[in-house]
Design a protein around this ligand. Structure first.
Ligand SMILES: [Zn+2]
Ligand SMILES: [Zn+2]
Length: 264
């Protein structure tokens, strides 16, 4: 897509222009290679903290417990241990990989992009396209890993130690799986060829959907209640319970096509 032809005054463009200006400004800073990894980690922890609040309040507020998919919330110690596991994997692997991508020229590429932000409509359609592409890649990789015992044990089994998933556990995976998920997400944005602003929005949306899919709550206002094509927390909870089926992270169509959907 030729962003140079998008006028800053086009429909919705002024809305995202401050976001794009901020990204362009930061892309000139020395810390750029680490910025995306730090943002991803912070966003994951902060969004998960919303559900930690619900887990803490749940025993005292009955209406919260009513929406839990399984009875007992994970203990504070369980949350803390999970946080430590994710933090050291970010420190040892995700940050260096992110730094390498940054120094390899990705930041320079972003800096060279057009001055105009995409319109809101373009950003939304690119985000949605990225989600569809990521969902497709993830489904086939996830399906393959579950079909091969060696691959499952080496790359994915650690994620399934969480039989009852909770929000923070969305990134509680082995190091290779964690890195490959980041690479899949980055590759999805390359396939779609989206604007850097759409890329940031997609990564944030991706983190939120992963957190929501693992949260362990089935609220009436959850996304999957409004959009039937979304699986949501019950869909992915069933995957953790059965350790088979429901391989797609967000949408349900691939599991329906391949006959791997578990009805929830
Ligand atoms: Zn999971
Ligand atoms: Zn799995």
């Amino acid at each position: 897509m030729l962003y140079g032809v998008v006028s800053p005054t086009a429909c919705g463009a002024p809305l995202l222009q401050p976001v794009w200006d901020e990204i362009r400004e930061r892309s000139g800073e020395r810390a750029t290679p680490l910025w995306s990894a730090c943002l991803a980690f912070s966003a994951h922890v902060l969004l998960s903290a919303l559900f930690l609040g619900l887990d803490v309040l749940g025993p005292r507020v009955p209406w919260i417990s009513r929406y839990r998919i399984h009875g007992k919330p994970v203990s504070l110690r369980g949350w803390f241990r999970c946080l430590v596991r994710i933090a050291w994997k970010y420190a040892l692997c995700i940050l260096p990989v992110s730094a390498w991508f940054g120094y390899a020229g990705f930041a320079q590429h972003e800096r060279a992009a057009a001055a105009a932000a995409p319109s809101l409509l373009v950003a939304c359609s690119e985000c949605f396209s990225c989600l569809l592409v990521f969902d497709t890649f993830f489904f086939f990789v996830h399906y393959t890993v579950h079909r091969n015992t060696w691959l499952y044990k080496v790359f994915h089994q650690s994620h399934h130690t969480n039989i009852h998933p909770f929000a923070l556990a969305a990134q509680d995976s082995g190091v290779i799986e964690l890195v490959s998920q980041q690479v899949l997400a980055m590759f999805s944005t390359v396939v779609v060829g989206c604007h850097p602003v759409s890329k940031v929005l997609f990564h944030l949306l991706n983190i939120w959907l992963a957190v929501e899919g693992h949260c362990g709550y089935d609220f009436p206002w959850s996304l999957h209640r409004m959009l039937p094509c979304f699986g949501g927390a019950p869909f992915h909870h069933a995957h953790h319970q059965h350790v088979t089926g429901n391989y797609a992270p967000y949408f349900t169509h691939w599991d329906l096509i391949f006959g791997t959907a578990i009805h929830t």
